[in-house]
Design a protein around this ligand. Sequence first.
Ligand code: DAT
Ligand code: MG
Length: 149
Amino acid sequence: MERTFIAIKPDAVQRGLIGTIIQRFEAKGYKLVGMKFMNVSRELAEQHYASLSDKPFFPGLVDFITSSPVVAMAWEGDGVVTGARKIIGATSPAAADLGTIRGDFGVTVGRNLIHGSDAIETAERELGLWFKEGELTDWSPVATAWLYE
Ligand code: DAT
Ligand code: MG
């Protein structure tokens, strides 16, 4: 089954939106398989955002993501990588549709509340970066039979 990496960023944690954000993934029917509340080292931040290292906003992005704790999560489900990106909304909250997390709760791109992997290969890379072997927990929710035919 497909898995994706989701992180609730420092702005959402500081604004008391952890529960609200997790609720959207739970209510959709995705399965939580990993979660930790943690400070992010500069090394991890730079590795996570390595593909953006030449962007002018990169230093500010690393400062932001390391400034305060985040909630790192792994979610599982049919089509979860694309589905989670839909729940999250467009990169800029100004462009994100209402009903998405960024559209409902954000105003500016540098404070867009949440990260979600953008492809299956990216998800595999990011899950490997953020979680050690044994930190992900497989389980069988009783609702599975009511979510999948
Ligand atoms: P996404 O988080 O939607 O996958 P991305 O991977 O292109 O977007 O960029 C990663 C993060 O970098 C994004 O969530 C917020 C920040 N960012 C992107 N573009 C930016 C910009 N033009 N100015 C400031 N921050 C930006
Ligand atoms: Mg991205």
